[in-house]
Write a protein that binds this ligand. Structure first.
Ligand code: ADP
Length: 385
């Protein structure tokens, strides 16, 4: 058997869908998962149950893997360096990955390479937040409030992000005792994502820039390509993502989350170095999906064509609702829309939890959006007809 073994750390839906993309290529997967019930652990044959924070567990897991890649960004940097020292390729490597793990490191590096960011500064306590706001406001009352505060590590889906209107509201982020990053609150018109994939050889491909619609801090809908986006700005966003990947030495999929401002600028919000929710549309809407290209990249194979298959593709996340059984909704959804693509993650339904997504595509954006929103709402149980 000469086909390589990809070691995937983390058993979530991203691992599940990356594994799925490797199957037609005959790529073998080995998974390090927290529990046998995890999304990917249900479908991968070779599963190790263990704690990714434990170096011995990681070392044991990595034995027999040709390359290590990730479902999430939480593996401690020093452990990844140890695996590299053992001679196992880690992709993306620790020096790149730290920029997706630590928002303070990410901001400092992006600033150093001239990537446009919101104004920001690490802050030490509420009084320091007050000083930062005063700097933003140029000394004018009410200063630069509201200000966005973020824990530099461990946040996701808006957890670990606070919008504060005064230093009095700024106590909570400091309670955990971890560093806090303050940012100006950008008055953006919408959020975009520029997704690219880069191989160790330095080959890179860029997907069309997408719009990502958030509801309560969670991604709800992704529209590919972003409607009415100025062509030049779209090109700038792709070039920016490619440059960030090159400068930071990223291997695999890189999502650059962006804010588009009313005066036609883009600012980087954050980076994700793994397949990303803003790229799920590529499963059905692009010639090569983000998952297939991530697999190719970590194995240093030539990358596949990132171009879209349809004029518009829309992805809508399926969140858990009040009904634990979503299967009963398939009958209606499939009968209503034979072109609908459903992707479920095998997770238990809990209110608000991402348990799957749907993709729709076609020529008429309003129709494509309606079909995605309908299916996602029907599966969740918020739409009943
Ligand atoms: P997470 O790591 O939880 O995804 P993000 O840094 O992406 O955190 O922030 C979550 C959301 O908060 C963003 O999608 C955006 O809507 C909002 N947000 C974050 N930073 C800013 C900012 N500087 N200005 C305005 N809104 C922001």
């Amino acid at each position: 058997m000469t086909f390589p073994v990809v070691g995937m750390v983390g058993g979530g839906q991203l691992a599940r869908m990356t594994h799925e993309a490797g199957i037609p290529l005959g790529i073998r997967f080995k998974l390090l998962s927290d529990t046998p019930q995890d999304s990917a652990a249900q479908v991968v044959g070779d599963v190790v149950i263990g704690d990714y924070r434990d170096l011995d567990t990681l070392r044991e897991f990595a034995r027999g893997c040709d390359v290590i890649t990730f479902d999430h960004e939480h593996v401690p940097t020093e452990h990844l360096r140890a695996l590299e020292a053992d001679g196992i390729p880690v992709r993306p490597g620790p020096d790149a990955l730290v920029h997706a793990q630590d928002k303070g490191v990410m901001r400092a590096r992006l600033e150093a390479i001239g990537a446009p960011c919101p104004r920001h500064r690490l802050v030490s306590d509420p009084a320091d937040v007050e000083r930062f706001a005063a700097e933003l406001g140029g000394g004018q009352a009410p200063g630069g409030f509201p200000v966005v505060l973020k824990t530099v590590r461990g946040g996701y889906d808006g957890k670990g992000v606070w919008v504060v209107r005064s230093s009095k509201e700024a106590a909570e982020p400091f309670r955990a005792g971890v560093p806090v990053l303050a940012e100006e609150k950008v008055d953006f018109v919408r959020e975009l994502a520029a997704n690219i994939v880069r191989s160790p050889h330095g080959q890179a491909v860029a997907y069309p820039v997408v719009e990502s619609v958030q509801v309560d801090g969670v991604c709800d809908t992704v529209i590919a390509p972003a409607p009415d986006l100025d062509e030049e700005l779209a090109g700038q966003a792709q070039q920016l993502a490619l440059r960030i990947a090159r400068e930071l030495g990223v291997v695999g999929h890189l999502a650059v989350e962006l804010f588009e401002t009313a005066d036609g600028r883009i600012l980087v919000n954050e980076l994700a170095m793994r397949p990303h929710n803003s790229g799920h549309w590529t499963q059905d809407g692009a010639i090569t999906s983000q998952f297939a290209n991530h697999v190719r990249a970590v194995l240093d194979l030539p990358l596949g064509d990132p171009r879209p298959r349809a004029r518009w593709t829309v992805m809508a996340n399926v969140l858990g609702g009040d009904y634990p059984d979503m299967y009963h909704a398939y009958l209606h959804c499939m009968a209503r829309d034979p072109q609908l693509k459903i992707h479920m993650y095998g997770k238990d339904v809990k209110p608000g939890r991402k348990v799957g997504h749907v993709n729709t595509y076609g020529d008429d954006l309003a129709d494509v959006r309606e079909r995605a929103a309908h299916a996602a709402g029907y599966l969740r149980g918020t739409i009943t007809e």
